[in-house]
Design a protein around this ligand. Structure first.
Ligand code: URA
Length: 472
């Protein structure tokens, strides 16, 4: 039996030199016993030296695999690697392509575990500020890798923190950098590293601010940041709270972002809303309520009101001054006229659903007054998606459009009210078009007003007949 003793940890040079000497002697794997604790061996020290044995030509992929697997903490690593080298040198050049081979499978698994450990160390080393006895500022980190990867990470940390003095302490060895020279030191203990520093609170604050609740996937997070690393991470103290608050924060963010997008581009806003897809009328109403008003100051969205699955839904234009103040549709002067006509037509308002094509009050300030301003077509179209969703949740048997804005909101087309007046269908639902009650209020002479009112009331009578004819 040939005994080979390598340095503790990842002794890549020692392994390479041993492979050259063993290959020169044509020593089969079963004749070699490997140890990695510096015991005496056949070659008697000088492990990095190949004693003039010729180089061994190995495929590049195997060289790469060796570089990783020598870092693995499994004490069989060198024996397994040499078994693979032996087979490659003895006719199986493409051995690594045979993924089903048990040896290849095991070595690939070990390489993967080392790669993962390297990645975790790159990601989770956190420095704390200390001072050397001579007063030099030094950043010290404590990390617990699974494998012998400390030296393999040196290049990464030197590159990142070239201008600082730092030390990384681990139970598998340590690294010290003094802005010019890297020193590899012996294993350390957790108590050798500072547990916190003055910068910690600032770092946690930064972490809490960059934490994105909308992206949170607790399962994936535990996979990427396994809990065993948490105790060395200052931000870990914040994680439980952040995870708990994440759903509520994500909802707020979505509503805020939708409002922002809406400001920038109404069409994109509609697409974003469609993407979000509220699943109930309550969810939809929450979205509407969180959206940007048409006139700053008139912040309250006036939502539809009435029973679900009503015989009829009435759609007006937009809430007026009084509606915005009280948060209910059709309660001002136009609403009073509407109520009167409904009563005379024999329709009970409490049994119908009443809403508006546009949910915010648009106005122009005039002294202390807020004068109604008609919403423009692009504003009406922006609210159209909401209106359609609203009606699909409410499911009225019949929809009545009162005025041109309601018609535009329901059809997407600028139809003339007087020419469309009468039965119509909106997205396949039976409908009826009539004038808006405030049109009646605006008519200048009494006789015309009375005549228009009677025609409006007759429309509502026709609506009642349709309801009755519907039979339910
Ligand atoms: N006009 C409307 O269109 N809707 C109201 O809610 C009030 C006035």
């Amino acid at each position: 039996m040939i005994g080979v003793a390598l340095q503790e940890g990842a002794d890549l040079d020692g392994f390479r030199a041993a492979v050259r000497r063993l290959a020169a002697r044509k020593a089969p794997p079963e004749s070699v016993s490997w140890s990695a604790a510096g015991e005496s061996d056949l070659f008697g020290g000088g492990q990095g030296e190949a004693d003039g044995a010729p180089p061994v030509g190995l495929p590049r992929a195997l060289g790469e695999l060796i570089r990783l697997v020598v870092c693995h903490s499994d004490c069989e690593r060198y024996a397994l690697l040499y078994a693979a080298v032996w087979r490659v040198l003895n006719g199986e050049r493409a051995l690594l392509d045979v993924q089903s081979d048990p040896l290849v499978h095991r070595l690939e698994g070990m390489a993967k575990s080392v790669r993962r450990d390297l990645h975790k160390m790159h990601a989770f080393v956190r420095f704390r500020e200390t001072h050397d006895p001579d007063g030099t500022e030094r950043f010290v980190s404590w990390f617990e890798p699974e494998h012998f990867i400390v030296e393999a990470t040196a290049g990464f940390f030197v590159e990142r923190f070239r201008s600082l003095f730092w030390s990384i302490l681990t139970p598998k060895g340590s690294l010290h950098w003094d802005r010019a020279t890297l020193t590899v030191g012996p294993p350390a203990q957790r108590s050798d590293a500072p547990q916190s520093d003055g910068f910690e609170a600032a770092w946690r604050c930064y972490y809490e601010n960059v934490f994105n609740p909308a992206r949170l996937n607790p399962k994936a997070m535990r996979q990427h940041m396994p809990e065993k690393y948490w105790r060395n991470l200052p931000e870990a103290a914040s994680i439980a709270g952040l995870v708990q608050q994440a759903p509520a924060r994500a909802r707020e963010m979505i509503a805020r972002e939708a409002a922002e997008r809406e400001k920038r581009d109404p069409l994109k806003a509609v697409a974003a809303m469609a993407e979000q897809g509220p699943r109930t009328l309550e969810e939809l109403n929450r979205l509407i309520a969180a959206s940007e008003p048409l006139t700053p100051g008139a912040d309250r969205a006036v939502l539809g009101e009435g029973p679900m699955e009503p015989m009829v839904a009435f759609v007006g234009e937009q809430p007026g001054d009084q509606e915005e103040r009280e948060g209910r549709p059709f309660i001002g002067p136009a609403g009073q006229l509407f109520d009167r006509a409904l009563g005379e037509a024999g329709i009970d308002r409490s049994g119908v659903y009443v809403t508006n094509a546009v949910k915010h009050f648009k106005y122009e300030p005039r002294g202390k007054k807020r004068l109604h301003k008609r919403p423009n077509p692009s504003e009406v179209k922006r609210y159209r998606w909401w209106l359609q969703r609203e009606l699909s949740f409410v499911r009225p048997k019949l929809v009545v459009a009162m005025g041109g804005t309601a018609l535009l909101g329901l059809t997407g087309k600028p139809l003339s009210v007087l020419r469309t007046r009468g039965p119509i269908a909106f997205d396949g639902v039976p409908g009826y078009a009539t004038v808006h009650p405030s049109y009646l209020l605006r008519l200048p002479d009494e006789a015309a007003r009375r005549e228009a009112y009677d025609a409006f009331r007759d429309d509502l009578v026709a609506v009642r007949r349709l309801i009755v004819a519907n039979g339910k």
